[in-house]
Design a protein around this ligand. Sequence first.
Ligand code: SF4
Length: 241
Amino acid sequence: MNAAHARLWNLLGLGPLWTERAAATAGRFDAQATPEAAGAPVGRMNWDELERNVTGCTACGLCKGRTRTVFGVGSRDSEWMVIGEGPGAEEDLRGEPFVGQAGRLLDSILAAAGLGRSASGHAGVYIANVVKCRPPGNRNPEPDEVAHCEPYLRRQIELLRPRIILLLGRVAAQAMIGTDASIASLRGRVHRLEIGGSSVPTIVTYHPAYLLRNLADKAKVWADLCLAHEVFKRSERSPTR
Ligand code: SF4
């Protein structure tokens, strides 16, 4: 994090810097068998095949209420990956994740850290959700819906080969890590998701929609981003699969 970014964070009212707590947990992808969505060999698809498959997916009941599927956004060369819960109303209409007020806050936070969905490589962030269709009434996705959609997200991670993953909010954190633990107990340490033979360092932080209601916790998100930056510097990209 350079001085310019630190100044921007201060302007946003964020801080202080993080301290890392030692701990690690294995992600659920390590232990689970691969459920194939829509009967397709998702694990062998390229990006375009995967996106087409998601667009036509009817593997769970969420397909009935969607306007558009929300596949993901960002350069496919991004070294950062952000994973949220699922599309809201605005995302459902536009087909892009994090485009409402919470999305703008996320973009501001990422920009302050020198990152963005329009950038690529070490500054690029690819953004996706654990489910690609909007849950009705913005409810949390059910476990079976997450399970049906999981192969798509798993393949996105395999194709992207991120050096680090940020999990935003309780639903994404619990689904990916396979735990009932609270955000408070999951953040501040480095988890690892075992995907396709690679172990990806993973940081948990608050969802920007939560931050909009709890501005005082911006400092904690800043601390989590700083931790992620330090872990990123020590990480390597896995080989192409
Ligand atoms: S949420 Fe995922 S599994 Fe369910 S219909 Fe949408 S794309 Fe398919």
